[in-house]
Structure formats: C-alpha cells, structure tokens
Design a protein around this ligand. Structure first.
Ligand code: CP
Length: 315
C-alpha cells in the first residue's frame, strides 16, 4: 500500500480489519519492518487520538517518528500556484512537502476543511498537494472530506464486538453548536457501505451527506425507526452539505439518551471523539454500559498499525 486516503485504497477491508485485530494480540511481532524507517506526522489542525495512536503504532513496528504541528510550529504555508507571495504566507507547499519527504519514509497528514468553499474542500486542494509533492507513501490523518484511519478503527471495533454475523449499524446525526466537517460521517458511511453490515443513516432534513459516500445505505429522517433493533449506533454531528458548512436551527432532540437505547438491540454506542457531553451525546449514555467510545479509541492504534505495516512491506 502506498496511499491510504479512503476506503478505495484498500483491496479487502475485512482482511485489513482482521490484520489489525491480529496486531492487537501480538503488537511487537513486526518490529524488523520499521527498523531505520521514519514516519513523519504533519498536523495542520489539532489532534489527540490520531497523533498518539499513530505514533504508538509506528513505535510498535520499530519505526522512528517525527511530529510537526504546522499550525503552531511551522511556517505559514502558501497553497495557491502562480501567486506573488507578498502576504502572510512564508513557504510554498511545493517546497515544504518535498522537503518533508526528504526526511521521512512515510508521511501522515491532517488537514481539515475550511467549510467555506465546498468545491475547494471536496477537491481536497491541500491534501492533494501533499500527495503530489511529498514523494513518499502518504497516510491520511483526516482530510477535508474523509477520516479513513478512524473508519478502519470503527470497522475493527464492530468486527471485534459484534454478536451477530451481519449487525445493524446506524449512523445518527447529533446536535452541536459549531459547524463541524462531514469527514467522519462521509468516511464512516463509505466504509460501512462496503462492510458486511446492515447500514442505516439517520439525520434531520437538511443534513443530507453527499451521495458519493452513501451509495447502498438506507437513509431516513426518522431516528426512532432507524434505531430500532440496532446493534451499533455511531453518533456524530456534521454541518450541512447544502447550504455548505451551516448549522441549521433546532434539532436538539436528536441527542441520544438512555431512553432511546431501549428500542435498540442493546446497541453499543460509538463516537470518534472528542465529544461535547450533554450537547452532542448525553453523559448518561457516555458513562453507561453501552458506550464503547474509549475501547474504539484504543483500536485506533491497531488500525494505524495495520496500515503502516502494509506500507512498510511495500517500501
Ligand atoms: N477521532 C479523532 O481523530 O480524534 P483526534 O481529532 O483527537 O485525533
């Protein structure tokens, strides 16, 4: 594997999830692969889980790791071509990405959407510049439209904890006060559409995701109907795709509570984190026996390790 930016970069997602679970049982079995190899983790936005889990995954494989928080420590990057750089930007992404590629064997990049210009975000302008200029294998640490390491960890968690062969998995929109990207729900949807699950998406009218990510899913505005008999509920807020990046008024009643869990098949509750308690997800659910959010975050290590292992094997 030389590129991991979406589910389309994976030939067999079930096998990759199985590999992650095997690595969970024996984390240090492949340390020879990473000897004298360096992973560079480049963040244009904040992170807790992605940074620490990917770093841990690389260390388990015997790699060295370098982290650069470009948003706080790097030069201000220019992304546009054919401009006179007489403003606030100091270094062009062409040189910056190419130089980073001189120091590392594999690079990971996080770059969130601006949520102002849908075309710019959905054509992955920043991300594709890194892919074009870095010259080394690249793993997404979350782009403007996708978060594949999160989605793989989510699939790993479902495979690990499912109690029936083809579980019912529901992605439900949840309230928030700020406009959040569609990257996590887009990505979760496209992975679930390829997984061996019965997949439903539920959200208020106006929060339709791009159909590029939801082909094969059942989609409904009726949350109770969606939650009935669910085995896994994936809770997540996202801003509107149209009008792009907007928070629509109302819909506070969409927050998941213990009362709503009664109509499920004792569903396990997932969230990528970070989560705002009692706004996006109730504390009673987060602190209750159905929540697997911390377990899910723990599986981020094995998801990242499975991807890095395949990249190291292809070097
Ligand atoms: N879920 C996730 O990606 O968490 P971070 O933003 O903290 O990395």
């Amino acid at each position: 594997m030389k590129l991991f930016t979406s589910v389309n970069d994976v030939t067999d997602i079930k096998a990759l999830a199985a590999e992650a679970l095997q690595l969970k049982k024996d984390p240090y079995a492949h340390q020879h692969l990473g000897k004298n190899k360096t992973l560079g983790l480049v963040f244009l936005n904040p992170s807790l889980r992605t940074r620490m889990s990917t770093q841990k995954a690389a260390l388990n494989l015997g790699m060295n790791v370098m982290v650069l928080n470009v948003d706080k420590e790097g030069w201000a990057l220019e992304l546009r071509d054919n401009v006179v750089m007489n403003g606030t930007t100091v270094e062009h992404i062409r040189e910056a990405a190419a130089v980073m590629g001189q120091y590392v064997d594999i690079i990971g990049v996080r770059s969130f959407p601006g949520l102002k210009d849908r075309e710019e975000d959905y054509t992955e302008v920043v991300f594709n510049k890194f892919v074009e200029f870095c010259g080394v294998p690249l793993v997404s640490l979350e782009s403007a439209t996708r978060h594949p390491l999160q989605s793989l960890a989510d699939l790993v968690s479902i495979e690990e904890l499912k109690t029936r062969e083809r579980p019912k998995v529901v992605l439900t929109w949840a309230p928030h006060i700020k406009p959040l990207p569609q990257a996590v729900p887009n990505s979760f949807a496209e992975w679930m559409c390829k997984a061996d699950v019965d997949f439903t998406i539920t959200h208020p009218a106006g929060y339709e995701l791009s159909t590029d990510f939801t082909q094969g899913a059942t989609i409904t505005h009726n949350q109770d109907e969606a939650l009935a008999d669910a085995d896994f509920i994936y809770v997540k807020n996202w801003s509107a795709y149209e009008p792009y990046g907007k928070v629509l008024p109302g819909n506070e009643e969409w927050m998941l509570t213990n009362d709503r869990l009664k109509i499920t098949n004792n569903a396990k509750v997932m969230h990528c984190l970070p989560v705002r308690r009692n706004l996006e997800l109730s504390a009673e659910v987060l602190d209750g026996p159905n929540s697997i959010v911390v377990h899910e975050a723990g599986n981020r290590v094995w998801a990242a390790q499975a991807v890095l292992k395949q990249m190291l094997e292809a070097l």
